[in-house]
Design a protein around this ligand. Structure first.
Ligand code: GLV
Length: 327
């Protein structure tokens, strides 16, 4: 008998077909976002779940699904999953690193450029029929070329963002849990390691790419924003909760920083409605990895992990090897 899996959200039909070659698949191509109870009920008798960042996998869910052996997330981030609880329950957890690095780095730049050069604000003004004449100071923004770029979270995506900055003649400073090896710093446009406060003070623009954990909740709040230059742009492609959104809204409204480019929010998709009242913020709906090729690569990567996990192999992106000692 084939193992049984739940694909918790809609995904590329060809990936579902691929999974069907190995598993009895319950899909969700109508893309309902299940409540915790619905998810627990759908997972009864399932050996594995193909999940996305919308599915919360916590102690309670794991306790209610004793047959579950693998949760394979189609995302590099996995803060929707209590990995320790999964390990204790003998459930292997995987993510989809690497395949999205370059696409996500591209998007970080798109947000930075759009916010610094006020692109969405200017487009909205044009669409509203307000363009009557050219003016010397219409939508003047901040330059990126020659500026100092501060990157907080210098993993693979942060490094890919830094590499792109060479074309803009920028200097890169970064802060990270640990300092990169000298050869990686050299490849990342000779990025210079600095303390977080120094980065916030010195950077002309700041990009956040760090993974979320409760210890990093509100890494950027009122006090941190106060250190930034009034001309600075803040970009968040990390996770909601890394930034204190209410503090950011106050700072943007009072022009204590120039602008922000945001792809992630506290409590998304129900973002703070005050963001919508501001013109100096570019808002996108968590799409940094959303190129066709990359989303397909992520889905196939999650499928590879699930196939390995339920056929006795070591999944390529196993996050909790300790789980395999449990079941
Ligand atoms: C998206 O946010 C991801 O973690 O892949």
């Amino acid at each position: 008998m084939k193992p049984s899996i739940l694909v918790a959200r809609a995904v590329f039909p060809e990936v579902i077909e691929r999974l069907r070659q190995h598993f009895d698949v319950e899909d969700n191509q109508e893309d309902k976002v299940y409540t915790a109870d619905e998810l627990a009920s759908r997972l009864q008798g399932k050996d594995g779940m193909f999940s996305t960042l919308s599915e919360r996998v916590d102690q309670a869910l794991l306790a209610s699904c004793p047959q579950l052996k693998a949760v394979c997330n189609m995302a590099v981030g996995y803060n929707n999953i209590d990995v320790d609880a999964a390990s204790r329950a003998g459930v292997v957890v995987t993510n989809t690193p690497d395949v999205l690095n370059e696409t996500t780095a591209d998007f970080g730049w798109a947000l930075l450029m759009a916010a610094a050069r006020r692109i969405t604000e200017a487009e909205q003004w044009l669409r509203d029929g307000k363009w009557q004449k050219w003016r010397y100071d219409s939508f003047v923004g901040a330059d990126l070329h020659g500026a100092t770029l501060g990157i907080i979270g210098m993993g693979r995506i942060g490094q890919a963002i830094a590499r792109r900055s060479t074309g803009f003649g920028m200097q890169v400073i970064y802060h990270n849990r640990s300092r990169l090896a000298p050869e990686l710093e050299a490849q990342a446009n000779h990025a210079r390691y600095v303390g977080r406060e120094e980065l916030l003070r010195e950077a002309d623009h700041v990009v956040l790419v760090l993974p979320y954990s409760p210890a990093l909740h509100h890494t950027i709040g009122e006090a941190e924003i106060a250190l930034m230059k009034p001309t600075a742009v803040l970009v968040n492609i990390a996770r909601g909760g890394i930034v204190d959104d209410a503090a950011l809204i106050r700072a943007l409204r009072e022009r204590r920083i120039a602008a922000a480019g945001l792809d992630v929010y506290e409590n998304e998709p129900a973002l703070n409605p005050d963001f919508l009242t501001l013109t100096n913020v570019v808002l996108t709906p968590h799409i940094a990895s959303a190129s066709v090729a990359t989303r397909l690569a992520m889905a196939n990567c999650a499928a590879d992990n699930l196939i390995a996990a339920l056929t006795g192999a070591v999944p390529p992106n196993l996050l909790n090897p300790e789980a395999t000692k449990g079941k």
